[in-house]
Design a protein around this ligand. Structure first.
Ligand code: SF4
Ligand code: SF4
Length: 382
């Protein structure tokens, strides 16, 4: 594939949070100190060099930005203070906007006002919708039972059905974006095409990296990995509880230990991880928190809001304060919906899908290259 130079790409990336890339003089120190950088995926020097040259299509097809865990070690060692770690972060934002076909991601990363406006709009529509449904069919003084304001329902109705509808939309968006990521990184370049056997051989990496984030554990500082892992596992636990056990979760006011205890553990994990991250960003205590893009704040504040209102409505329900619990539940859903339909496919949350995918695609490429090499050697030997 011919690489086309795009003048001004460095300036474009500034909006996504790239630091002063022009300062880099390609010494390679950053790639030498990064524990994740190994041939053929050498970074951050290589993607920074592409950026300096304006090689947009090369960057679009790069997996390297997703192999970086934002530990900040390279930025600390860079002799020119060119902030390579931050440039890798900005490249991930830029790539997210390239994979997204709707243009929303690009819009949100380029304008925090547009992102906030979209979140507020979706939140207001959600709240209005749930209030209308609640007042038409239920009683706001009842949280559950036959007169429930917002019944959890089952597979055929209630909030549960709404959740599954939303999950379906989300899945379609994420799969479409993942397909575009595949096209940029493996599909469109003939030299990178891999046989099906390479995809199958590496498939186990997807759940492995998603659930353990084990490459992150290789970074020198372990606390960011632990915090990230807790945040991700808590989020996934909560998602499973809501998608499959909503009726049990919404039952009460008696505590159902089977679902409420895991729910509370997950909520505590979410709250702790979000507060640690917010504090870190405010104090700039970890190198990866030295620079914060507006999208980082929006994501954390929204997650804090959703977790806090979720726990609050749970406690109000246990206390028998059904009216207050219903109002808080509507406020909670008004945060959940924009978080799921805007932040997951178009914002920061999407990295939960893209990073394991990148690690998977990287292995597929390696596997395919090794298979091709051994085929050539066999042919020569024959
Ligand atoms: S970013 Fe810094 S350490 Fe990395 S190649 Fe450029 S000047 Fe060297
Ligand atoms: S921030 Fe950390 S993981 Fe990312 S490129 Fe730099 S040293 Fe490697």
């Amino acid at each position: 594939m011919t690489a086309v130079m795009k003048p001004g790409l460095m300036d474009d990336l500034r909006v996504y949070g790239a630091a002063d890339v022009a300062k880099c003089f390609n010494c390679g120190t950053c790639s030498a100190v990064c524990v994740h950088s190994e041939a053929p995926y050498v970074f951050p020097r290589k993607p920074i060099h592409y950026l300096q040259l304006g090689l947009e299509s090369k960057l679009e097809g790069s997996l390297e930005p997703w192999l970086c865990y934002a530990c900040g070690e390279c930025s600390e060692q860079c002799p020119k203070k060119a902030e390579p770690g931050e440039t890798m972060m900005s490249l991930r934002r830029w790539l997210t906007s390239r994979y997204d076909f709707t243009g929303l991601s690009r819009l949100f990363y380029r304008s925090w006002r547009a992102e906030v406006a979209a979140i507020v709009l979706v939140a207001l529509v959600t709240a209005a919708g749930f209030l209308a449904v609640g007042f038409s069919a239920g009683d706001i003084r009842h949280y559950d039972g036959p007169h429930a304001f917002l019944p959890a329902g089952g597979w055929t109705g209630g909030v549960h059905l709404f959740d599954w509808g939303m999950a379906g939309v989300l899945l379609v968006l994420l799969l479409t974006n993942a397909a575009r990521m595949w096209w940029f990184t493996l599909g469109r370049d003939r030299d990178r095409r891999a046989p099906l056997s390479s995809y199958l051989a590496a498939l186990y990496l997807l759940p492995l990296h998603f659930f353990t984030q084990r490459n992150y554990a290789q970074c020198e500082r372990k606390r960011p990995w632990v915090t990230h892992l807790v945040l991700m596992l808590s989020y996934v636990t909560m998602l499973v509880l809501i998608m499959f056990f909503l009726r049990d979760m919404a039952s009460g006011p008696r505590v159902d230990w089977r679902v409420h205890v895991p729910g509370l553990v997950a909520a505590t994990g979410l709250l702790a991880a979000v507060i640690i991250n917010l504090r870190g960003r405010l104090r700039r205590s970890w190198p990866q928190h030295a620079h914060s893009h507006e999208s980082d704040w929006i994501f954390l504040i929204l997650l804090l809001y959703v977790t806090f209102t979720g726990v609050l409505q749970f406690l109000l329900h246990r206390a028998g304060l059904d009216l207050a619990a219903n109002v808080t539940y509507v406020a909670h859903l008004a945060g959940v919906v924009p978080m799921l339909v805007l932040e997951v496919p178009f914002g920061k949350w999407s990295h939960l899908a893209y990073r394991p995918l990148a690690l998977y695609f990287a292995r597929v490429r390696r596997h395919a290259a090794a298979a091709a090499t051994s085929a050539v050697e066999e042919a020569r030997a024959a």
